[in-house]
Design a binder for this molecule. Structure first.
Ligand code: OSB
Ligand code: MG
Length: 382
């Protein structure tokens, strides 16, 4: 038997830099169009950004919480509270990054808050070393697969037009949101028009097991997967559903940690997992989950939270890690924003792939004037 290095081996020798300043900056950016899901319709992105400064080097990270608890329990209010009162006090210069992980485990849950701090520190360390984030993670560069998430639309014609635009851009797969009463016939309309499209649906937990007969009708459409059909907190009932459906189930909301992923796999609750680095507490836990899934024959992709260019870049670097076998929710910046806070925007190549932005750290440049233009709150924590 050959012993493989742990998925986070490259990070084991790192220690934390000193921090001269830490700020939380909340920005509000209009979406190019409302983003509808079974749980809410968002018209703006309200993102809490973290700015770290150390010896003249500035590193940014993005918290993926929303102002509301409609997708996930954390909100911009709770993430601020947890970061300020519990996580940041644990960040001591000179301690090992792995020691910080151990300290963070004392705080239960609140993965989005943890990921914000961890992402900021990793970006800062990468900038100080002059290496791209994926290199700090121990991963070689590669081109990243793209995927589009299409929100609920007013009419099937609007949906078909959005799918058509995605197909023309050469996205590697298209996901459409569904909800009760807006599912089978809408999927049929897309499938009839695009017979070979790599297509999947996301219900954000809108169904229950009593909808089994209805959900099984989705098996006719050759979908890549159905994402989170049942409750946001369930694993067990998804196992019962997966037994009765041929379409692969993908879990999103239910997976907060490696332990959750292991439970879901042991119960055969899904065949695919959506890893959002924010939802699971950061890049290190994401890499552990992806490795575990690879070892257990479960496909993984990187989810998105309609991030600004900061969080979008983090998701791109993450996808160099072992185990990310499927295209994720990584779309062009222009799908959400006319003007982002960071440059360059994400743009697909002619073959639908995304190039990792070049240069140290995230490889994107946060534009101060755009931050000032979009800022609705600024708090100095240190
Ligand atoms: O369920 O994957 C989801 C966006 C916000 C909250 C939840 C979800 C989503 C998306 C969009 O589907 C992902 C993206 O394009 O970034
Ligand atoms: Mg989802």
């Amino acid at each position: 038997m050959t012993l493989r290095p742990s998925p986070t081996a490259a990070l084991e020798g790192l220690s934390l830099p000193k921090l001269d300043h830490v700020d939380l900056v909340t920005v509000k950016l209009p979406f190019v169009a409302p983003f509808g899901t079974s749980v809410y319709v968002w018209t703006h992105k309200e993102a809490m950004l973290m700015r770290l400064e150390s010896d003249g080097v500035t590193a940014w990270s993005e918290c993926v919480s929303d102002p509301d608890p409609f997708y996930f329990y954390e909100t911009n209010g709770t993430t601020r509270h947890i970061i300020k009162d519990f996580l940041l006090p644990l960040v001591e210069p000179g301690i090992a990054l792995v020691e910080l992980g151990a300290r963070f485990r004392h705080v239960r849950g609140h993965g989005m808050a943890k990921a914000t701090v961890e992402n900021g520190l990793l970006n800062l360390i990468a900038l100080q070393k002059g290496v791209p984030l994926h290199e700090l993670l121990g991963r070689p560069a590669k081109r990243i697969m793209s995927g589009l998430s299409i929100g609920l639309k007013e009419t099937p014609a609007d949906l078909l037009a959005a799918v058509e635009r995605g197909v023309a851009r050469k996205y590697h797969r298209i996901k459409m949101k569904v909800k009760k009463g807006q599912d089978v016939e809408w999927v049929r309309a897309v499938r009839d028009r695009f017979p070979d499209l790599r297509l999947m649906v996301d219900a954000n937990g809108d169904y229950s097991l009593s909808d089994l007969a209805h959900l099984r009708r989705l098996d006719d459409f050759g979908l890549m997967m159905i994402e989170q059909p049942l409750s946001y907190s369930d694993i067990y009932e998804h196992a019962a559903l997966q037994k009765e459906m041929t379409t692969a189930i993908c879990l999103d909301e239910s997976i907060h940690s490696l332990a959750d992923a292991a439970a879901a796999i042991a119960l055969k609750a899904c065949r695919i997992i959506n890893i959002k680095q924010g939802r699971v507490g950061g890049l290190l836990e994401s890499m552990r989950i992806a490795r575990y899934c690879a070892d257990h024959g479960v496909d993984v992709w990187s989810g998105g939270m309609d991030e600004t260019g900061i969080g979008r870049a983090v998701n791109i670097h993450l996808q160099t890690a072992e185990g990310f076998t499927l295209p994720g929710d990584t779309s062009e910046t222009s799908n959400y924003f006319d003007e982002d806070v960071a440059d360059p925007p994400v743009v697909l190549g002619a073959d639908g792939f995304i190039d990792i932005p070049g240069g140290p750290g995230l490889g994107v440049r946060v534009v101060p004037e755009r931050i000032l233009k979009r800022a609705i709150g600024w708090e100095r924590l240190r």
